[in-house]
Design a protein around this ligand. Structure first.
Ligand code: DGT
Ligand code: CA
Ligand code: CA
Length: 573
C-alpha cells in the first residue's frame, strides 16, 4: 500500500514544527510547510507519481531537495531528517505549542528551563507553581497552562475529516472486495461529516464474520490488532487512526447503520421515541416484544418511530427529530448548487497558480465566476500586494475576462483588517473591485470586546462584502480568538454583510452551529475554499458538508446565485 499524501504532508509539517522549536531560519520552516500543502493538495497519489518516475520538482514549491526527500519517504515510509531534528526534543514540546499563547520558542524555554519531558511533567510543574518563577513567564501564563491541560483536548488525537478520508477511502474499498462482504459503509462521525473524527466505525454485511475479520486485520496499513473477534475487531492503522469493524447480518443492516452512525444523543432520542410507542430500538433492529418488526434499512427504522429518514449530517439531537416530526427538515444545500468561489489566491500573493490557471480550473468545475482575493500589503509574509500591484491585477483580470464566455473572474482582495478595524487599502482602490473580502490575520490576543468591535468596524465600511474565516480557528492547532458571535451576527444583519464558511478542511470557519445561528438571523453565508492552488478548489465539498451540518439551504448561501443575483446580494446600501 503506497504512502498516502497526508502521511507525507504530516511528516513535513512535523519537520516544520520541530525546526520552529529549534529556532531555525523561517524560510526553511516555510519551505516545509509549503511542501506539506502542495502534497496535501495533489489530487493524485504522490507515491504513485514517484513510482512512475515523474519529476516531482515540477510541483509548486518542491525543489530537487524536497523531491528527493519525498522519494525517500515513499520508499521507506520514513524521513531520516526527522529523527535527526527530533533528537533530545520531547514530542510533548510540539503538543505544548498548541496551548494558546505558547509558541515554539516559549515551549522550548519551558521544557528546557524546567527540565520537563512530558505534558504530565508540565502539568505537575504548573500545579506546583514552578512556571511563574521561570524568566518570561508569570502567574497568568501558569494559570492558563493549568486550565488548558485540564481541558484535555491537547492530548486527544482526533483526525481532520480530510486526513481521515485519505485513510478511510482505500480501506473501505479493500473491505468491499473481501470475499463474502455484500456491502460495507463507514458510519460514526465520519458519515455525519464532522470536521474531525476520533475513530472510524465501519460496518460490513456478510456471512462468515471470522473470515472477513481475518482479511480485515491483514490489511497492509494495520499496525496493531487491538481486538479480533468473530463479529467485531478493532485495529490501529500506521497513521495512528483506530478502526472498529463490525460484521452485521443483512436483516440488521439498517438498525446497525443507524446505531453506529450516531450521534449518541440522536440515538438516545430515537430510542426514547421507540419506547413511547411500546417498541425497543437497538443496533439489531426494532422489536415489538421479541419480534423484529424492522431493521434491514434505515428508512424502515425511522418509519417505525414515526419519522422520515434523517440525513446523517443532521443527527446531533439539535432539533432534527422535532423538525422531522412536523415536516420541517431543511432542504439542505448541495455541492451542485454551488456556482462559484469567492475566496482564492494566485502567485501574485501566496498562491501557487496564476490567474488563467485558476480561471480554467474554475471553469472545469462548471463555475460561472471566481473571485481572486490575493492578500493586501500588510501581509508581507504572504506576499501581500501593494496598491499598484492590485491595480495592475484588476486590469489584467479585465483583459482576461474579455476572452471568457459564460465565465468571469471577479477582481477582489482579501484585505487585512488592521488592529483598529481600519482596512489595509484606501476606499478608492477598494471601490474598483467587484467585491471585497476582509479578514483579520494578526492580533488574535485582543479581548472579546475589542476583537468584536474591530471586526464590526471593518464591516462598517460599505465596501466590505464578506468577512473571511470569522473566528480564525485552525483545527487542532489554534483555537478561535475570543469573539462575541451573537453581536457579530447582529452587526452583519444590520449591515447586509456576508459571513464566510471557509471550506479549507483545516479551518471550516464558521463552524456548523455558527452557520445555523447566522442564517437563522438572516445572514447570508459564502462557502469559499480560500484555495491556494487549482486542486484546492475541490475543498468546496468540505464546506458544503459543514454547511449542511449547519442546516443551511440553498437560499442561505450566496454563491449558489448566478452572477447577476450575486452582485445584487453583495451590494450594500
Ligand atoms: P468520534 O469517533 O469521537 O468522532 O465520534 P462517533 O460519533 O463516531 O462516536 P464513537 O466512535 O464513539 O461511536 C460511534 C457511534 O456509536 C456513535 O456515534 C453512536 C454509537 N454509540 C456509541 N456509544 C454509544 C452509547 O453508549 N449509546 C448509544 N445510544 N450509542 C452509542
Ligand atoms: Ca467514531
Ligand atoms: Ca468507535
Amino acid at each position: 500500500m503506497p504512502v498516502h499524501n497526508s502521511e507525507i504532508a504530516s511528516i513535513f509539517d512535523h519537520v516544520a514544527d520541530l525546526l520552529e522549536i529549534r529556532d531555525a531560519n523561517r524560510f526553511r520552516v516555510r519551505a516545509y510547510r509549503n511542501a506539506a500543502d502542495t502534497v496535501r493538495d495533489q489530487s493524485r497519489s504522490v507515491a504513485r507519481m514517484v513510482e512512475e518516475g515523474e519529476d516531482l520538482s515540477e510541483l509548486p514549491d518542491i525543489g530537487d531537495d524536497l523531491a528527493g526527500k519525498i522519494a525517500d519517504i515513499v520508499r521507506t515510509g520514513h524521513l531520516p531528517l526527522l529523527d535527526e531534528i527530533s533528537q533530545d526534543l520531547p514530542e510533548a514540546i510540539v503538543q505544548a505549542t498548541r496551548i494558546p499563547g505558547i509558541g515554539p520558542k516559549r515551549a522550548r524555554a519551558l521544557f528546557e528551563g524546567l527540565e520537563l519531558s512530558s505534558l504530565d511533567d508540565l502539568e505537575k510543574a504548573a500545579e506546583a507553581g514552578r512556571i511563574k518563577d521561570l524568566k518570561g513567564f508569570g502567574e497568568k501564563t501558569q494559570a492558563k497552562i493549568c486550565a488548558e491541560l485540564a481541558r484535555g483536548d491537547i492530548t486527544e488525537r482526533r483526525f481532520r475529516l480530510d486526513e481521515a478520508e485519505d485513510f478511510a477511502e482505500p480501506l473501505i474499498a479493500y473491505i468491499r472486495k473481501i470475499d463474502g462482504v455484500t456491502k460495507a459503509e463507514i458510519a460514526g462521525s465520519y458519515r455525519r461529516r464532522k470536521e474531525t473524527v476520533g475513530d472510524l466505525d465501519i460496518l460490513a454485511a456478510g456471512g462468515d464474520g471470522g473470515a472477513i475479520i481475518g482479511r480485515f486485520v491483514a490489511y497492509d496499513e494495520v499496525d496493531k490488532v487491538v481486538l479480533q473477534g468473530k463479529t467485531r475487531s478493532t485495529v490501529t492503522l500506521r497513521s495512528g487512526l483506530n478502526v472498529d469493524l463490525r460484521v452485521i447480518p443483512e436483516e440488521s443492516w439498517g438498525a446497525a447503520l443507524h446505531y453506529f452512525t450516531g450521534s449518541k444523543a440522536h440515538n438516545i432520542a430515537g430510542r426514547k421515541r421507540a419506547q413511547e410507542r411500546g417498541l425497543k430500538l437497538n443496533e439489531y433492529g426494532i422489536f415489538e416484544g421479541k419480534t423484529r418488526i424492522a431493521g434491514a434499512t434505515e428508512d424502515a427504522v425511522y418509519d417505525k418511530i414515526g419519522l422520515p429518514w434523517i440525513d446523517p449530517v443532521l443527527r446531533e439531537d439539535r432539533g432534527e427529530i422535532e423538525a422531522a416530526e412536523t415536516g420541517g427538515l431543511p432542504d439542505l444545500v448541495t455541492i451542485d448548487d454551488i456556482r462559484g468561489d469567492l475566496h482564492t489566491h494566485t502567485t501574485a500573493s501566496d498562491g501557487r497558480y496564476g490567474l488563467r490557471d485558476m480561471a480554467e480550473a474554475a471553469m472545469a468545475r462548471g463555475y460561472e465566476y471566481l473571485a481572486i482575493t490575493d492578500h493586501s500589503k500588510s501581509q508581507t509574509q504572504a506576499g501581500g500586494l501593494s496598491a499598484d500591484e492590485l491595480g495592475a491585477q484588476i486590469d489584467e483580470i479585465a483583459e482576461l475576462n474579455d476572452g471568457f464566455d459564460g465565465f468571469r473572474l471577479l477582481a477582489s482582495c482579501e484585505v487585512d483588517i488592521l488592529e483598529d478595524g481600519a482596512l489595509d487599502f484606501p476606499d478608492d482602490l477598494l471601490g474598483r473591485l467587484d467585491l471585497v473580502v476582509a479578514a483579520a490575520h494578526a492580533r488574535f490576543d485582543l479581548s472579546e470586546t475589542a476583537q468584536t468591535d474591530r471586526i464590526i468596524r471593518a464591516m462598517d465600511n460599505p465596501a466590505v462584502s464578506v468577512i473571511a474565516h470569522p473566528t480564525g480557528r485552525l483545527l487542532g492547532q489554534r483555537r478561535a480568538y475570543p469573539l462575541d458571535m451573537k453581536r457579530l451576527i447582529e452587526a452583519a444583519v444590520e449591515r447586509g454583510c456576508v459571513l464566510e464558511l471557509n471550506a479549507n478542511p483545516n479551518r471550516l470557519d464558521l463552524g456548523d452551529r455558527q452557520c445555523r445561528m447566522a442564517a437563522g438571523q438572516g445572514v447570508k453565508i459564502a462557502i469559499s475554499t480560500d484555495a491556494h492552488s487549482t486542486g484546492a478548489l475541490g475543498h468546496i465539498r468540505y464546506g458544503v458538508d459543514q454547511a449542511r451540518r449547519g442546516w443551511l439551504e440553498r437560499g442561505d448561501v450566496v454563491n449558489t446565485l448566478g452572477l447577476r443575483g450575486l452582485s445584487e446580494a453583495l451590494r450594500r446600501t
